[in-house]
Design a protein around this ligand. Sequence first.
Ligand code: IMP
Ligand code: MG
Length: 175
Amino acid sequence: MKEEKVFPLFSEREIGERIESLAKEIAGVKFRDLMVVSLLRGGFMFTSDLIRALSKNEVHPKIDFMTLESYGTGRESREVKILSDIREEVKGKDVIVLDDILESGRTLAFATGLLRGRGASGIKIAVLLEKPGKRKVDINADFVGFKVEDKFIVGYGLDFASRFRELPFIGYIED
Ligand code: IMP
Ligand code: MG
């Protein structure tokens, strides 16, 4: 197998510092009965660091996980489906949805639409990364770790063909 070279973008330390400040921003918002919904698989490392940073800021949400998959249905068109759902009830709760990256916006539009349909009272979005200018649906994140250029990003949860998720830093590979 060809070994792709990973070019570093954000170090472990930069990510840690950014997450500490994101947690402070989130802690400054008044939530009622807060629940975190973490989108898998890409969001797992961001989630585990952010929730610990939230805890240090006296934010103690319920936490649940949802695995979504976005698949092609033809040229350019994609759909999102649920591979595994949350177990907690979201009705009447304030929810923050966490994901690795906001690109076309389809994944987060699907997740937030679903949770809204189930009666979540307030929904916010926190993403580790955002690729500006790539949106296919009109959706924005309330909390963004870093904006990135239009490159294929790997590491810190993000994969290329299930590889590179374990990297403690964020980088990119060339197409
Ligand atoms: P969406 O296009 O905003 O729906 O993003 C869909 C999903 O594609 C994200 O949750 C990521 O898992 C994945 N994704 C998007 N861009 C990248 C990337 O640059 N590297 C790795 N995964 C990505
Ligand atoms: Mg993902």
